[in-house]
Design a protein around this ligand. Structure first.
Ligand SMILES: Nc1ncnc2c1ncn2[C@@H]1O[C@H](COP(=O)(O)OP(=O)(O)O)[C@@H](O)[C@H]1O
Ligand SMILES: [Mg+2]
Length: 238
């Protein structure tokens, strides 16, 4: 019964979300009445010009920023009602995030960057299990022979592979990606996108991806456009 209901309800439900920043003592309206539903395992692309509010929306969905109005539910959690500790737990258990600029820890090897994320998400696992799963995640992104490399010894594409392995190692329900191929050349970007799509499909992970690449956006189940803080559905003809 509970399981059935869960399978039918959306993974993300955002209703009329407003987001306002205080800039030099004045409220600056960033998002206006943004509504969005994403089903489990669905792949959604968000496109739109720089400064339109795409990253802000992702930060709200991740519970890293608080909406000024409206309601955001992710995997059954009303994010506006969670305190700091519950939000942190929600992020660890439910989410993976891939950033444009990788954000790896420079002093840690690839396997330790991935292992650390898993250790935080799954404190119940033994160190041996953490290492084994981190190695497996790195193998899945084609870096089985780079486990002990630090980020500076890896190319941009390889660093993003580590970033992807780190984001999915705990098998999250939702992967948020903010211009994941934005710092990569086209060929490398396509390889990362291919991996991101195949891994999320295999895990049944929903993917919300911001991108400026029309070819990448076209591969999503749905494309949404952010424009001056308002989100709209692209209705593709045919
Ligand atoms: N910390 C901040 N202080 C002031 N303005 C900000 C801040 N963060 C974002 N903004 C503004 O919010 C708007 C949306 O930013 P963002 O969500 O990063 O857009 P996008 O990801 O679409 O480029 C922009 O106009 C940006 O200048
Ligand atoms: Mg952005």
């Amino acid at each position: 019964m509970g399981e059935l209901r869960e399978a039918r309800s959306p993974l993300i439900s955002a209703h009329e979300v407003d987001y306002t920043l205080d800039v030099a003592g004045r409220p600056l309206n960033i998002l206006r009445k943004v509504s969005l539903e994403v089903a489990p395992s669905e792949v959604v692309a968000i496109v739109g010009p720089s400064g339109s509010g795409k990253t802000s929306l992702l930060m709200l969905l991740a519970g890293l920023e608080q909406a000024a109005g409206g309601k955001i539910t992710v995997n059954g959690h009303d994010l506006g009602k969670l305190g700091e500790d519950d939000l942190a737990r929600f992020r660890r258990k439910t989410l993976g995030i891939v950033f444009q600029s990788f954000h790896l820890i420079p002093s840690l090897t690839a396997i330790d960057n991935v292992g650390l994320a898993l250790e935080i998400a799954r404190p119940d696992l033994s160190m041996a299990e953490v290492r084994a799963r981190a190695a497996k995640a790195l193998e899945a992104v084609g870096l089985g022979s780079r486990l002990d490399h630090r980020p500076t010894a890896l190319s941009g594409g390889e660093q993003q592979r580590v970033g992807l392995a780190r984001a999915i190692v705990a098998e999250p329900k939702l992967l948020l990606a903010d211009e994941p191929t934005g710092n990569l050349d086209q060929k490398t970007g396509k390889a990362i996108a291919d991996l991101m799509f195949s891994i999320t499909r295999d895990l049944g992970t929903a993917l919300v991806m911001i991108t400026h690449d029309p070819l990448l956006a076209a591969r999503a189940d749905r494309m949404l456009t952010m424009s001056q803080g308002e989100l709209s559905e692209n209705l593709v003809a045919g």
